[in-house]
Design a protein around this ligand. Structure first.
Ligand SMILES: C[S@@+](CC[C@H](N)C(=O)[O-])C[C@H]1O[C@@H](n2cnc3c(N)ncnc32)[C@H](O)[C@@H]1O
Length: 245
């Protein structure tokens, strides 16, 4: 079973994932070395490396998420896919008494890695194997849905599905939080370097230089932008949208 029984009736209900859950083609083809290979986690889950990849902005971008919760997190939050580093343990540390976090990822190796960093796995935080394009939970399940550097790794058709699912499972009045790449100023000193990295390793990422994130939202999504902030000369962004009541 992909979800754990925490005997709390208010928890969003997650159905069992079809077994075995297939690794999406783009992930296996392009990112096996980053996420799927047994040695990937040991190599890449390294604070120094992650910070280098994000050009020294790792703390700033994790803090961009935490800043949304100055009084801690109450209610149900969904993190759509694992991330290396301290993001999930930091969110866990922000959970109030009545706050809970579900983390989904298609790769069990990634969920196991996050589990090893948590204080309260299976109670305050559930780890659920699931494809982000098909969340096996009811509509309007979560108060907060977080996508941290996922959309740029996903091809456009799948990105639309991921966004549609993220909007679907957000409660009316709930918020979706995105932290992602963004088109930098033309004179940004790292613009060419970043473009080269995209060209070599992240073929879908330049989509985020062509469009704002809302471009891939489903039609009639009923969400309003409540905050859009860029960082580091526009190379990164945080977008917060609220689903209408
Ligand atoms: C959040 S993204 C990038 C995070 C960022 N590069 C980091 O680690 O800090 C990486 C994760 O997304 C997961 N992933 C990619 N496509 C997915 C999908 N369709 N469904 C669920 N998980 C997916 C990968 O397995 C991986 O664990």
């Amino acid at each position: 079973m992909s979800s754990q029984d925490t005997s709390n009736k208010h928890l969003p209900e997650f159905k069992e994932a079809p077994v075995p859950l297939e690794t999406p083609g783009y992930l296996r083809k392009l990112y096996w070395w980053a996420y799927e290979h047994p040695r990937a986690v040991a190599f890449w889950d390294n604070p120094f490396l992650i910070n280098v990849i994000l050009l020294g902005n790792y703390n700033r971008l994790t803090n961009a998420v935490l800043e949304e919760f100055p009084d801690g997190i109450s209610g149900d939050m969904l993190q759509v896919t694992c991330a290396y580093g301290k993001l999930t343990p930091s969110i866990e540390a922000r959970l109030n008494e009545d706050g809970r976090l579900d983390v989904i990822d298609v790769l069990q190796i990634q969920l196991d890695n996050v589990r090893s960093k948590l204080k309260y796995p299976d109670t305050k935080v559930r780890l659920i194997q699931c494809d982000a394009t098909k969340l096996n939970c009811p509509d309007s399940s979560y108060d907060y849905v977080l996508l941290f550097f996922l959309p740029h790794e996903v091809p456009e058709d799948k990105r639309r599905q991921v966004f549609a699912e993220a909007v679907r499972v957000t409660k009316p009045g709930g918020k979706l939080i995105f932290v992602e790449f963004h088109k930098p100023h033309w004179y940004h000193p790292f613009r060419l370097y970043q473009r080269l990295v995209f060209l070599l390793f992240e073929p879908y990422a330049t989509d985020l230089w062509r469009h704002e994130l809302t471009h891939w939202f489903p039609e009639g999504h009923g969400c309003q932008v409540v905050q859009h902030k860029t960082y580091f000369g526009g190379l990164y962004q945080k977008l917060v949208v609220q689903k209408s009541l």
